[in-house]
Design a protein around this ligand. Structure first.
Ligand code: PSV
Ligand code: MN
Length: 389
């Protein structure tokens, strides 16, 4: 019998999507960063904005921080502020890409002094994690080269391994090191962690608490991302997702906006591979920037898109699919997947939300709440936070 919405209602309640603090600051391209009224001026205001997303959707109970963008005097205070706002502090992201010393790399740099500085920065991030109660240290590196011959590729990979080993040795028994890959940018000839295979081999050498982060925007056009999802789950090394969507490069647009079908296929493999729900350690995060749209509604739309495609993925009739696959029924099997994808779950999700004391339409509820007008009026003066501030 086909899966009905009622069968998946309980599973949907297990969804939790972490928001990036930097999504609430101003961001842009190398051409222009536009300011916008109401933009947070410090990490406390970013947390307050993130809490609005959770309040209206029930989907986003934690916020990831970026160090040093989110440095504060007291993480105990920030943690209390988050709790008072109904959310928790989550993943700590390191930053070894905005200091002049890192021009030629950080953890893979050939100068021991620069490597030491980058490793020490990660130690500082672990100190922050111990104060915030965070589980994950997420490492994305800008390391790479622009010209063939610029540096020794093998030497860089070996130094990267040694640096990561030092950082891994410092994380606590309940903490994880999560290594993110990206195929290019800011380095254009080679990147030291360009793909899932490199990330996998680096974390596999470290140990059980080292896993891979898959950022959906970090692949070449046409890459079968759901295959990578399957493989990392199969290997027990899929640590987290950075969700966003792309048309061209690392666009960091709203997840599900560019290609909802791809998001569905990814989530289908997540569910198939045991990566979804309370029993799984896979962390769902957004990694996005809202350059021209309002940031809080942008984040609300994003988590709703993930929820919508998760519901469709959960609706796939697994029993019928396995039978069709076993029969070699090519079109039948494909039809079962497409039936779930084409199911409009929006009315059922609206009712599901109402049943849990949440607004049926979170976008409309936020617009009617007066919060946007309030921050636009109140947040004058000070320096607006941005991607990189
Ligand atoms: C840079 O490409 C990036 O978007 C990575 O995806 C990181 O996750 C993020 O910045 C924050 O450091
Ligand atoms: Mn990312």
């Amino acid at each position: 019998m086909a899966t009905a919405f009622g069968d998946i209602a309980g599973l949907l309640a297990e969804q939790a999507i972490e928001l990036p603090s930097w999504a609430f600051g101003n961001s842009g391209t190398r051409f222009k960063v536009f300011g916008s009224a109401g933009t947070p001026r410090d990490p406390f205001e970013k947390i307050a904005d993130a809490a609005q997303v959770h309040r209206h959707t029930g989907l986003a109970p934690s916020v990831a921080l970026h160090i040093p963008w989110d440095l504060v005097d007291s993480y105990a205070d920030l943690r209390r502020h988050a709790e008072d706002n109904g959310v928790a502090l989550g993943t700590i992201n390191s930053n070894t890409f905005q200091d002049d010393d890192y021009k030629l790399g950080s953890l893979a740099h050939r100068d021991e002094a620069v490597r030491r500085k980058a490793i020490d920065h990660h130690f500082r991030c672990i100190d922050v994690m111990n104060e915030t109660g965070s589980r994950d240290l997420k490492i994305w590196l800008a390391d790479g080269t622009n010209y063939p011959g610029q540096d020794d590729l093998r030497g860089r990979q070996d130094r990267l391994a040694a640096s990561l080993a030092e950082i891994y040795a410092r994380i606590g028994a309940e903490q994880r090191l999560v290594l993110e890959y990206k195929f290019f940018e800011p380095a254009f000839y080679h990147t030291d962690v360009p793909d899932w295979g490199t990330a996998y081999s680096q974390v596999a050498a470290l140990g059980e608490r080292a896993v891979v982060c898959l950022d959906t925007g970090h692949h070449a056009p046409g890459t079968n991302i759901e295959f990578i999802v399957m493989q990392l789950l199969r290997l027990g090394k899929l640590g987290s997702f950075d969700f966003n969507s792309r048309f061209y490069a690392d666009d960091d647009l709203i997840v599900g906006a560019a290609d909802p079908f791809q998001l569905f296929r990814i989530l289908f493999e997540v569910v198939r591979g045991g990566g979804y729900g309370a029993g799984s350690d896979v962390a769902f995060m957004l990694d996005q920037c809202h350059n021209i749209e309002k940031k809080i509604p942008g984040q609300i739309r994003s988590v709703l898109n993930v929820q919508e495609m998760t519901a469709r993925a959960l609706l796939v009739d697994g029993e019928a699919l396995r039978a069709a696959q076993a029969d070699g029924d090519v079109l039948g099997a494909n039809g079962i997947l497409m039936d779930a994808f084409y199911t409009d779950v929006r009315p059922a999700l609206a009712a599901w939300r109402e049943g849990r004391g949440l607004p049926a339409d979170p976008m409309a509820a936020y617009a009617a709440s007066g919060y946007q007008e309030k921050i636009e009026t109140e947040r004058v003066g000070g320096v607006q936070a941005g991607w990189g501030a």
